[in-house]
Structures are given as C-alpha cells and as structure tokens.
Design a protein around this ligand. Sequence first.
Ligand code: GN1
Ligand code: MG
Length: 370
Amino acid sequence: MNQQHKRLIPPEVAVAFPLPETWVDTARCGSGHINETFCLTCCAQGVKPVRFILQGLSPAAFAHPEQLMENFVRITAHLRRKIEADGGDPMRETLNLVPTCSGAPYYIGADGRVWRLLHYVENTVCFDHATPQLFEESARAFGRFQWLLRDFPAHTLHETIPEFHNTEARYEQFAAALKADAMGRAAEVQPEVQFVLARKADCSVAMDALRQGRLPLRVTHNDTKLNNVLFDRDSRKALCVIDLDTTMPGLSIWDFGDSIHFGANHSDEDEQDLAKVSFDLELYRRYTHGFLQGAQGSLTKAEREYLPWGARLMTLECGMRFLTDYLQGDRYFHTQYFKQNLYRCRTQFKLVADMEECWQQMNEIANSFD
Ligand code: GN1
Ligand code: MG
C-alpha cells in the first residue's frame, strides 16, 4: 500500500479485507454527505484491474450500524435470489458485499467505525438531474425494488432511523419546535406555520391507513432519489438500486412520494423565486407509469389509490422538516447560507399547494394505470 492510500484509508481497514495484492488507485467517490465512500482499483499480476467500493458508515447518522448491516445482508441475499429466479444478473442488479479476511460482512475499526467492501458494478452511470426518460426509468427500478421484496417479512427488519417517514411524528416534532421557539424565529415564519397547522389532519392520512390495515407494511428504500439508481452506461436502462442504509419497514407510497417531491419539478430545492417553482404533472404521470410497471402488479388497489397521498405527504413532510430545523437553529440539514432551510421549506409548500390544486388529475392519473 503506498502513501496516498494510507492517507485516505486506515491501514488496519485495508488489510482487513482480502484485496488483490497490487493496489493501483484510491479515490473518494459519490455525492453522499453521510458515509465515507472510496473507489479502490486493484490489480493481481497479469489480470485485468478490479474495482471495489469501500464505505465507512457515519456514526453520527446511524446509531446501530450492526443492525443496519444485518438488514443489508438479509435484503441483498433476498434480492440476489429473486433476481436470479427472474433470469437477471445478481452481480449487476444488486449490491454484493466482499466479506472480511475472517469471513465477516463488515469490519469494525479501532475507532468503532463500521467499514464494508462492495463489488463495483462496472459500466454504469449515476445522474443528479432527470430527463423525463431517466425519471421514468428510475421509477421502474424503485417499483421493481417493491416487486422483488414483496414477500420479504418487513417487520423483521430494524428501523435504522426510527419513525423516519411517520408524518404524524414529524408534525409533533414541528409543534414542539414551534412551542420552544429556541431561536426566536417563529414570529417571522407565521405564513409557513399557518400552512402546516392547516394541514395537521393530512399528516395522519397514511398512518391511519396503516393502522387500519388498508395499507400493508412493506420493505421500503426511503431515499428514492434519482442518484440512488445505477444506469447501464450503454443502454441507459436502470440497473441497480443503491444506498440501502435507510431500507426498513415502511409504506410503498413513501418511496413513490419521496421520488416525486424531489424529482417532479424543475427548480432548485432552495429556489427563492417561487414563481419558478411548480409541480410538473407530466413528470408525475411518467413516474407513476414507470413505478407501477416495475412493481408488476405487486401493489394492492389501495396502495395505487393512495399514491397521490404519498406524493403530497412526502412533500409536506419534507417542508415541515426544513421548517422545524430552521426553528431549531439549522442543526440537522447542512446549510450553506442563512435562511436556506426556510427557502427549502417554501419550495416544498409551493409544490404541496400545486398538488392540492391538481388533486383530481393526480388521482385520475394514478387510477388510469389499473
Ligand atoms: C436528506 O442527505 P440526503 O440528500 O440523502 C434526507 C431526506 C430528505 C432530503 C432533502 C437521512 O437526504 O430524507 O428528503 O435530505 N435524508 C435523511 O433534500 O434525513
Ligand atoms: Mg442518502
């Protein structure tokens, strides 16, 4: 191992995994802000170079990395079996761990950080910005993720971040932050506060449906952004869903809605000119089409009917989380400038208002793919 590799990766971590003898290159990779991610290129004598992804999990984001890794091992094993049975290539269509030299799925460093090694999926690309076609392709991948995991016992997975998309709990966190008003910012955000208070009942729609058994508990990804899908470089087909760290029990409409709030518009998340922010119903239609196609009939009628609520609730929830963080002094979401969380909140609420206006069309679209 040369000096460059030593600087980036603790030597004890490098020797914990059975990497080929010659190590050619180490580079940071990905746009994630949570984990430490490196791409390693190795080369055994006379053999083609092989690439790996080495990741050190963030101790700040994940309190129980061993539970997270237990989920990871079980989910990817299930995906491998299903992909194989479906005639696919499990080495390209899901993530594959490389065990440590002692056969463990991960290595715990001297400082307690958990490290894992993954096979690199060659000839793939990742996108940060959507074209309608890529957006629909990503929907197919996340819908297929639902299909592949349809018979996995969701309740046996650990919650890696408890109550992550429980919108009722998010409302309560907002109400507590408003009451405490720790930074004295509540007075200036009254329009946003009123926007949330007027939608308190909405926050219970999905959780009520879950409690009443109308929506089933599923294995959900919970971070269904476009850049969490690998696309085949040549065909531009969605190939592999990545970033499984928040995969846990949840509702299928959360995965659907999380993609819509992030992707079905053309503005920056913190756009200050709200005239530029609008919900794109055509992108919503394309995503719905791709998602249901990928899910291959595995979603129930009720889940299909609740898809528009998934979009509306994930958007409202995200705006509420930005507002809560603003009230609490910007402690959770990284900000680059003052009031960024407030601007982010406003774009989400503008999108919610747009969705409320075209609510009937959103429902018609969801029901048109029966
Ligand atoms: C966070 O860090 P990133 O961009 O993957 C957040 C999501 C929000 C998103 C809003 C673990 O995601 O839930 O939708 O910001 N992830 C976590 O930009 O809180
Ligand atoms: Mg993420």
